[in-house]
Design a binder for this molecule. Structure first.
Ligand SMILES: [Cu+2]
Length: 120
């Protein structure tokens, strides 16, 4: 018997497992680094109407339109414009942004659909 072998195999296996885990988890972690925030549209209003997001970071805004009618998420300050069909979701990526307050609104219901992105 070679007692040496029985010790060496687990070490190699562990190393290989670590490498494999590393190879598979790194892209997942990289993707998870984009913070995601959901804004619901209901009764032609944004909920929440104020969202705090991190500065100097790309963030994903998921706009969940729970109204039956379409809405357009729009922001001059963020330079974004996106139509979201009734009862569906759409994603808008913003940033990296400097600290400050960025207004957005629903172009189809501007009197009620108003919100602010607070970047800190
Ligand atoms: Cu527009």
């Amino acid at each position: 018997m070679f007692p040496f072998v029985s010790k060496e195999i687990p070490v190699k296996t562990t190393l290989m497992a670590a490498l494999l885990i590393g190879a598979f988890t790194t892209p997942l972690l990289a993707r998870a680094e984009t913070p995601e925030f959901t804004i619901v549209i209901k009764d032609h209003r944004f909920e929440p109407a104020e969202i705090v997001v991190p500065a100097e970071t790309k963030v994903k805004l998921v706009i969940d339109n729970r109204d039956a009618t379409p809405e357009e998420f729009e922001s001059h300050e963020l330079r974004r414009e996106k139509v979201i069909a009734g009862g569906s979701k759409a994603s808008v990526w913003v940033g990296p942004l400097k600290p400050g307050t960025y207004a957005f609104f629903g172009e189809y219901h501007e009197d009620t659909a108003k919100g602010r992105l607070i970047v800190k």
